[in-house]
Design a protein around this ligand. Structure first.
Ligand code: 3BY
Ligand code: FES
Ligand code: FE
Length: 406
């Protein structure tokens, strides 16, 4: 509750259109508040259906300090659980991918079925009720091959996302993908600085010379076409090909298809596809990219040849782990249809540049001389949306209200 009063006072100080008061970026109490209240309130893109190809496949990850596990059941339903044994709380599944017909605790071997029911616990008293000791479920939804999870008691609406972004994702064929590469980076920066950085390309022309070859770095909010004939022609061509462009936005998400720079069909070093076997065959793969985001932690790009996924998870007030995943068609053969080095090169360079920028930002924000500065409406409109959304969520938490974000 101390944190509530502190956060309420900081929210009162905050000026719309300006970066946040310093404590939002470096105060351990605010960070504890963020983990406990903000990360638990919203939907997170935790992975892809293709990562759990068969019953018993699982994916364990940590949200803040909370380990969770996503499991495909024998009925093919994908469920999520707190990755914490109902005996004495041990972590059940090690971080990353795993597989097994049951979930067996490594500590005293309590054994859970894939739907979370406790089915074996040795040497327990006669009055012990297994039915009272099933795994704690978390909310899980899938759309277009993506798996979303939410740790709140009551999850925010998912249906608008499914309805509006679902068809945009379906068109990307992510269900027929596989993860070809994963890279994690530890960034010495607060998660909000990581996400602010991920929401703008104000820094891209100078900060990402390699990305700037293919990515339209002067983009505004959602790559709006305005009266640009090339963009208008692209939009018409995509709609005709059955690739919806949006843009669409909900409280916690955004999605838009946009053209890359002229002549470019993928976000690679030279703009050529990195994979011979395409996920999207339409238009010969000349389909730009679908960018979709979950406000709090992720963005992803689906070009014809690959999906690049970026997820940031806070680990400490000034530390964030960024996970990058590259997905390609499940039938693409490494060494024949793609080379991992080439596949990941551009985004890997870009992510490392972003890590350096975030760390530079954090060091400066820690200064006694830091004062919130004005955002660019043109170049940082999605940064403003992110901080507005965060402040809105935080205000709801401290007041106990549940006002919608509009
Ligand atoms: O997707 C974007 O908007 C860009 C690409 C690289 C940085 N930023 C996240
Ligand atoms: Fe899992 Fe004891 S903590 S069986
Ligand atoms: Fe960047």
């Amino acid at each position: 509750m101390v944190a509530f009063a502190k956060v309420a006072a900081l929210l009162d100080q905050r000026r719309t259109g300006y970066s946040l008061p310093q404590a939002f970026y470096n105060d351990p109490e605010v960070f504890a508040f963020d983990l406990e209240h903000i990360f638990r309130r919203t939907w997170l893109l935790v992975g892809f259906e293709c990562e759990l190809p068969t019953p018993g496949a699982r994916l364990a990850l940590t949200v803040g300090k909370s380990p969770i596990v996503i499991v495909r059941g024998r009925d093919d339903v994908i469920r999520g659980f707190h990755n914490s044994c109902r005996h004495r709380g041990a972590e059940l599944c090690a971080e990353g991918h795993g597989k097994g017909s049951r979930i067996v605790c490594p500590y005293h071997q309590w054994t859970f079925d894939l739907d979370g029911r406790l089915i074996h616990a040795g040497r327990m008293p006669a009055d012990f009720d297994k039915a009272q000791h099933g795994l704690g479920a978390i909310h899980v939804e899938t759309a277009g091959g993506c798996i979303y999870a939410c740790l709140a008691e009551e999850a925010p609406d998912f249906e608008a996302f499914r309805r509006e972004a679902g068809p945009m994702l379906e068109a990307c064929n992510i269900k027929n993908a596989k993860v070809a590469a994963t890279v994690t980076l530890v960034e010495k920066g607060n998660w909000k600085l990581v996400m602010e950085n991920a929401r703008e390309c104000y820094h891209c022309a100078i900060g990402h010379p390699e990305l700037a070859v293919t990515f339209p770095v002067l983009t505004k909010r959602h790559f709006e076409a305005g009266d640009d004939p090339r963009l208008l022609a692209f939009n018409a061509r995509m709609e005709a090909a059955g690739l919806p462009i949006g843009p669409a936005e909900g409280e916690w998400w955004q999605a838009a298809r946009f053209p890359l720079n002229a002549g470019m069909t993928s976000m690679t070093m030279d703009g050529e596809p990195a994979v011979k076997k395409l996920l999207i065959e339409k238009e010969g793969g000349d389909v730009g990219s679908l960018r979709w985001t979950s406000e709090i932690h992720s963005f992803a790009h689906a070009t014809a040849d690959m999906v690049f996924y970026f997820s940031s998870m806070p680990t400490d007030v000034n530390e964030t782990v960024v996970t990058g995943k590259w997905l390609v068609h499940k039938d693409a053969v490494e060494g024949q249809d793609y080379a991992v080095d080439q596949l990941i090169e551009l985004w890997d360079i870009t992510n490392r540049q972003d890590r350096d920028l975030v760390e530079t930002n954090q060091r400066g924000v820690n200064s006694v001389g830091y004062k919130p500065g004005r955002y660019s409406d043109e170049a940082e409109s999605l940064v403003q949306r992110f901080v507005d959304w965060y402040c809105h969520e935080a205000r709801n938490v401290v007041t106990g209200e549940n006002r919608p974000f509009v």
